[in-house]
Design a protein around this ligand. Structure first.
Ligand SMILES: [Zn+2]
Ligand SMILES: [Zn+2]
Length: 725
């Protein structure tokens, strides 16, 4: 900006407010994208200077304008990022403010250069070593953080730690909040690549050098070395001084990824995920926006970081549904990432062994370039897949594993190899009921049964977190010892293995047991050291792991995912089973996969058994085409909720009654949502299904924009929904 602005229009980070105009005081220089302090009544709100012509508002006469209060000491949000914010708000029918807030996702970052005091063990001993102090000191070995964070790590009060500070056991360290990260070196190590990897890497690196928008689908079978392949274009971007973003689905389980990254580039990448400490968050954010952070590895929220000089995005495991955000702005990070690459003109790589049908369709129609890695690295073979028909091979009474699966595990035990049992259900049993009166334990806040967790002796809701100790007697009829667990969760399967194969060392791998990077690292180390024979795990173990001694994968219930009956159920089941099957036989020993099912004739099961991915995808494609479903048609849901049942129903009815009559657009509902009560809110849904030619978002905005609702009513729009509960 050469012209100095003396009045500006600001997008303020408060969805309830429209754009606001301010006067630029003498001596203050502002640019578009600048983050500014806006006076609002007696308060100050954060605003972003925006192009006035792109942000329609009422023109306030100059003499009525208030002065901007100041500038935050961070670089302006670049124009392409502002366009991305606009696009996201427009496409997902969200407010600009709520999308912009995802870009300014570290409050601490706005404060400018700073240092903080952290503490670490000094090596000294306290005068009096109480058991509590001793436990705290053991927990803090190797840690350095603020008192509050250390208290969290050690599980003691801040007072206990302050006592240790006074005695010199903990010593203060002054830390520059913005100290630079170690440098990632593009040529730190050369990794041996197969011919097919080298060829693919060459294509990507060339695209990085071209500095133009180029979307790729990296379609590689499990174990083909996709990560090592895309590390090469990452290196190329680094050589050119460009930043790189790698989006991963499950940030807690990236130990393996980080290790490989470090081996290739000589240092860890900059991390971005929800459990970062606020100081780490601030440091990462500022370093991204200054252009200093070279490679950021993060969960979906990293997508909106204000990179100064981004030159490549990789979305790994791009088919994963966790890239879809299900609250607030309901965006799909995979799709928005492609738009970011488009706005900023650089290549993007979507990597997967089981691509989403939408991505395959984009490749089919020539919009994405497809790059394939058809074989496993190092000559490892894809595992053989067999079906176990549970209607014929019935497990013993009260058990869930067919004899063939148990025999398979026993064989591995004898050979010193490992097995993995997959069941996508945490806890011991999904439903508990009273044998005497039929009472079922239900969540008071949700339309959901409470799941029994035996490890923690609790009944818990997996939707809202409500938990209660497992009672000894039925709360309804008071009968003792009458509660029965119905159906299996992973804990119950682990019990069954322990009962039928007492010598096996079993580990349950779920988000309950692998709830921190440290725990995950311990788990990996234990498997590698062969201290675990049988892993029983949820979808957490379906990806990213590379255990050469793991030669048997058993899918406990392949039908589970199909029961929900939503449109993507088949695809999700295929992806999940194919991914978990891909954990078998990744070393020199061949792998075997046994899939337990009651429906061997189902499309998806038959395709898995035959290893015929193309057949599955083409049947699935036809089904979607017939249903006018994505990618051939468009969907959006409208979810109306309130803590008051009547209020929710009334609001949904008003919305239903005012539905527009649009050609090629069908509007279903309102109907009570399958989860008609969720986290204490009553819910109703409407579903829109339209042809691609319909301007769905405009229809929704005009329709909903006319309506007012009581303050307790929330109306959420979900464009391209993944969840139908
Ligand atoms: Zn009872
Ligand atoms: Zn609940």
């Amino acid at each position: 900006m050469s012209r100095q602005m003396n009045r500006v229009r600001c997008l303020v980070l408060n969805a309830a407010l429209g754009p606001l105009d301010y006067k630029v005081p003498d001596g203050m220089r502002v640019e578009l994208g600048q983050v500014v302090e806006c006076p609002l009544g007696p308060r100050t709100v954060v605003g972003i200077v925006w192009e006035a012509e792109r942000l329609p508002g009422t023109d306030v006469p100059a003499e009525k304008l208030r002065n901007l209060r100041g500038l935050y000491p961070i670089p302006p949000l670049p124009a392409p990022l502002r366009r991305l914010i606009e696009w996201t708000a427009d496409y997902y029918v969200a407010s600009l403010a709520s999308v912009a807030r995802m870009a300014l996702s570290s409050g601490g970052a706005l404060k400018g250069p700073a240092s903080i005091t952290e503490y670490r063990l000094s090596g000294g001993m306290p005068e009096r070593l109480t058991p509590q102090r001793q436990a705290a000191m053991e927990a803090l070995e190797g840690e350095q953080a603020t008192i509050r964070e250390l208290a969290g790590i050690a599980g003691v009060s801040e007072g206990v730690l302050r006592g240790l500070v006074n005695q010199g056991v903990l010593e203060p360290v002054e830390v520059d909040c913005d100290r630079p990260y170690d440098e990632a070196r593009p040529d730190f190590a050369q990794i041996e690549l197969s011919d097919q990897q080298r060829e693919a890497a060459g294509i990507f690196s060339e695209a990085v050098r071209a500095e133009k928008f180029a979307p790729f689908l990296l379609d590689g079978v499990t174990g083909s070395g996709k990560t090592e392949t895309y590390f090469e274009p990452v290196a190329e971007a680094l050589r050119m001084g460009r930043q790189v973003l790698v989006l991963l689905p499950e940030i807690a389980l990236t130990e393996n990824f980080l290790h490989r990254f470090e081996e290739r580039f000589g240092t860890a990448p900059v991390l971005w995920h929800s459990s970062l400490k606020s100081t780490e968050r601030r440091r990462a954010w500022r370093s991204v926006s200054s252009g200093e952070a070279q490679v950021v590895v993060g969960a979906r929220s990293a997508l909106f970081l204000p990179f100064a000089n981004l030159g490549l995005i990789v979305v790994d495991e791009a088919h994963e549904t966790s890239f879809k955000q299900e609250d607030g702005v309901r965006y799909n990070a995979r799709d928005v990432a492609v738009m970011r690459a488009h706005f900023e003109q650089f290549p993007i790589i979507l990597a997967s062994a089981t691509p989403a049908l939408e991505s395959l369709q984009m490749a089919e129609s020539g919009i994405y370039a497809k790059v394939e890695l058809p074989s496993r690295f190092g000559g490892a073979q894809l595992p053989g897949i067999d079906i176990v028909d549970l209607t014929e091979e019935k497990p013993p009474q009260g058990m869930w594993l067919a004899q063939r699966v148990v025999d398979g595990i026993a064989e591995r035990l004898e050979r010193g190899e490992q097995s993995l049992l997959f069941l996508n259900r945490r806890g011991y049993a999904p439903l508990t009921l009273c044998r005497h009166c039929g009472f079922r334990f239900q969540c008071p806040n949700c339309t959901a049964w409470l799941v029994e967790h035996r490890f923690t002796r609790r009944l818990a809701c997996h939707h809202c977190g409500h938990a209660t100790p497992s009672p000894a007697a039925c709360p309804e009829c008071g009968e003792p010892d009458c509660l029965v667990a119905c159906g299996p969760g992973v804990e119950r399967i682990a019990d069954e293995v322990a009962e039928r194969l007492p010598e096996a060392r079993v580990f349950v791998a779920t988000s309950d047991t692998l709830n921190s990077p440290g725990r995950a690292a311990e788990f990996i180390a234990a498997v590698e050291a062969k201290e675990i024979d049988v892993i029983v795990g949820t979808q957490l173990v379906t990806k990213g792991f590379h255990f050469p001694e793991l030669t048997l994968v058993g899918v406990v219930d392949a039908d589970l995912g199909l029961e929900g009956g939503d449109l993507r159920a088949g695809e999700r089941t295929y992806q999940q089973v194919a991914q978990v099957a891909g954990r078998a036989g990744r070393g020199s020993k061949p792998g075997e996969v046994l899939i337990q099912t009651r429906h061997p004739e189902a499309n998806v099961i038959a395709a898995l058994a035959a290893g015929d991915r193309d057949a599955f995808y083409s049947a699935e494609t036809e089904m979607r085409r017939d249903a006018g479903a994505p990618p051939f048609g468009r969907w959006a849901s409208i979810i109306v909720s309130s803590e008051d049942e009547t209020e929710a129903r009334e609001a949904a009815r008003r919305i239903g009654d005012t539905r527009p009559d649009v050609p090629d657009c069908m509007i279903l509902g309102p109907a009570p949502a399958p989860m008609s009560l969720l986290r204490g809110r009553y819910r109703y849904r409407l579903l829109m299904n339209a042809r691609r030619s319909v301007q769905l978002q405009d229809v929704i905005r005009q329709w909903l924009g006319r309506l007012d609702h009581p303050p307790g009513v929330r109306v959420a729009v979900d464009v391209d929904p993944y969840s139908f509960v």
